[in-house]
Design a protein around this ligand. Structure first.
Ligand code: NAP
Ligand code: NAG
Ligand code: NAG
Length: 314
């Protein structure tokens, strides 16, 4: 979008993106560079070839620097954030192993907010998840899932859903710490994110689709997920950063699909691939889609629901 007047909205501002080489973060970095921002990306290992794509992005040569930082190393975070106007905190483990999940997600987020407070940044945008919103077995099916919903920690624990547990505690920690330290925090809660990869390595949410194309999944689950395009997620992060009145949480989702619908879409676009046609659960009734709030006026104003030209979920 080089001719778009918004393409220079970031002119002169320096922002930090944590975990810059990840699936979503790489798109955030790309769009920030397109909009004229000076970007500092943090990585645990800047020299790892899996991060080389960042240096190839348009504008990267002049306006992207990569810093080594670990979420559990406060000093490294502080150094990366010092001098920044804003921070996009996207780095997080995506795993159901509680030992790998909790400390980087929770202590790391706390470190990040404290470092942002000390550096007096104008705003922190935190990448949370639908996982902090919808894990609640007592919600009745007709209730609209929106930004007011919170996952039930006991339920996450009992179902060993440590990713949702960790993200929920991390988001709660972010809110508490931001309030205490006077940090302007805005949260984006994406649903399952799909779309083109900028990075060379496969990531967890891409695996969700890829397993149906490679033949490694012989059947599909009797399950429902909400999906959103990665470019829309990246844009939502930037719009909540740029909109002074933005506050609170922003669910970022487009459609709610049964896995049967997903494999049908894939089969239409990729008939040559071994896409499963059978559900793994032929006994229970087909799980019903949940009622996701995708078009509240505030978020629409911020550009959520901006549809990309590429809507194929791969
Ligand atoms: N993909 C989805 O469907 C989805 C949906 C909702 C929310 N989210 C959230 O979006 C964010 C990014 O997800 P993604 O899909 O882009 O995942 P991803 O590609 O796996 O990226 C995650 C990034 O976090 C970094 N990271 C992981 N553990 C870390 C640690 N201990 N210290 C420092 N950095 C660490 C990784 O850096 P290294 O290269 O150093 O490993 C990686 O760059 C996460 O916060 C995730 O919870 C994702
Ligand atoms: C993480 O935070 C908990 C609770 O504040 C603390 O007990 C633990 O030592 C911290 N871990 C690290 C690695 O900082
Ligand atoms: C499932 C999977 O392959 N996850 C990978 C997602 O990407 C990060 C690095 O960006 C890897 O560390 C994960 O193993």
């Amino acid at each position: 979008m080089p001719n778009d007047s918004s393409s220079v909205s970031g002119h002169g501002q320096t922002v930090c993106v944590t975990g810059a080489g990840g699936f979503i973060a790489s798109w955030i970095v790309k769009l920030l560079l397109e909009r004229g921002y000076i970007v500092r990306g943090t990585l645990r290992n800047p020299d790892d070839p899996k991060n080389a794509h960042l240096r190839e992005l348009e504008g990267a040569q002049d306006r992207l620097t990569l810093r080594k930082a670990d979420l559990l190393d406060f000093k490294s975070l502080k150094e990366a954030i010092n001098g920044c106007d804003g921070v996009f905190h996207t780095a997080s483990p995506m795993t159901d192993d509680p030992e790998q999940m909790m400390e980087p997600a929770v202590n790391g987020t706390k470190n990040l907010i404290v470092a942002a407070a000390e550096a007096k940044v104008k705003r922190v945008v935190f990448t949370s998840s639908i996982g902090t919103v919808y894990m609640n077995p007592t919600r009745s099916p007709d209730v609209v899932v929106d930004e007011s919903c919170w996952s039930n920690l006991e339920y996450c624990k009992n179902t060993k859903n440590w990713y949702c547990y960790g993200k929920t505690v991390a988001e709660q920690t972010a809110w508490e710490e931001a309030k205490e330290k006077g940090v302007d925090l805005v949260v984006v809660n994406p649903v399952l994110v799909v779309g083109p990869l900028l990075q060379p390595t496969v990531n967890a949410s891409i695996m969700h689709i890829l397993k149906y194309l490679t033949g490694s999944a012989k059947t599909y689950a009797n399950a429902v997920n909400a999906y959103v395009h990665v470019r829309d997620v990246a844009l939502a992060h930037i719009l909540v950063y740029e909109t002074p009145s933005a506050s609170g949480r922003y669910l970022c989702g487009e459609s709610v699909l049964h896995r049967g619908d997903v494999v049908e879409i894939l089969a239409k676009f990729f008939p040559e691939y071994p896409i499963p046609t059978k559900c793994s659960d032929e006994v229970k009734p087909r799980v019903k889609p949940y009622n996701l709030q995708v078009d509240n006026p505030e978020a629409t104003r911020l550009g959520r629901g901006v549809h990309s030209s590429e809507t194929v979920p791969i």
